[in-house]
Design a protein around this ligand. Sequence first.
Ligand SMILES: Nc1ncnc2c1ncn2[C@@H]1O[C@H](COP(=O)(O)OP(=O)(O)O)[C@@H](O)[C@H]1O
Ligand SMILES: [Mg+2]
Length: 212
Amino acid sequence: MRHIMVLNSKGGCGKSTLATNIASYFATQGAAVALADYDPQRSGLDWLARRPADRPAIAGVAGFEDGLRHAPRTADILVIDAPARSHGTELTDLVKHAETIVVPVLPSTIDMQATTTFLEELKSVPKIAKKDAKIAVVANRVRDNTLIFDELDEYLTKTRVPYIATLREAQNYVRAYTRGLGIFELPEYLAWPDWDEWEPLTAWLRTKRSQP
Ligand SMILES: Nc1ncnc2c1ncn2[C@@H]1O[C@H](COP(=O)(O)OP(=O)(O)O)[C@@H](O)[C@H]1O
Ligand SMILES: [Mg+2]
């Protein structure tokens, strides 16, 4: 079973948005997918509750209650939606569950600053330092041609953590979440720009590059 975790100690950067979309992506590809929600705010489980019965099923796991004890053994892919404010031993414990970690970051000075500190902490977790888990950063909610995006782009290029994809700010994410879907499940004429932006991320997730 693959374990893909979406993680950043900063709240509101898009962890649940990325986790639900990664889960939906693999489900639409025919994989058996489970989504473990480690955040007591339950966004991941709330999204699953909204999911229409005629879409590929995704199993829900209340990770914040009892970890992965009830995760279905038959899942090919387990996506983990992590809570904000994960630090210290809690962070080390969380990272034990994953071989692949995706870190979303917003183009804002506060978020970039917080993420710099977080990435340093993450890189010092022994499992990551030993490369027993691979990490990548994704720029999220980017509005093109803004100065702050240029700053984010420059910042991400300097972090020495692979910078995999840039996702725009789009109502499609809100629209999809409300309906229990991912952007891959919206009509092509609406969502094709987002599908294009996700391509490098899904390509990374599909290959060995994202695995130890
Ligand atoms: N690319 C995006 N475009 C538009 N809205 C987004 C995007 N990514 C996230 N959001 C919105 O930002 C808010 C925070 O995202 P969320 O995924 O809940 O973050 P986190 O789980 O890290 O707290 C939500 O309202 C979500 O719909
Ligand atoms: Mg969340």
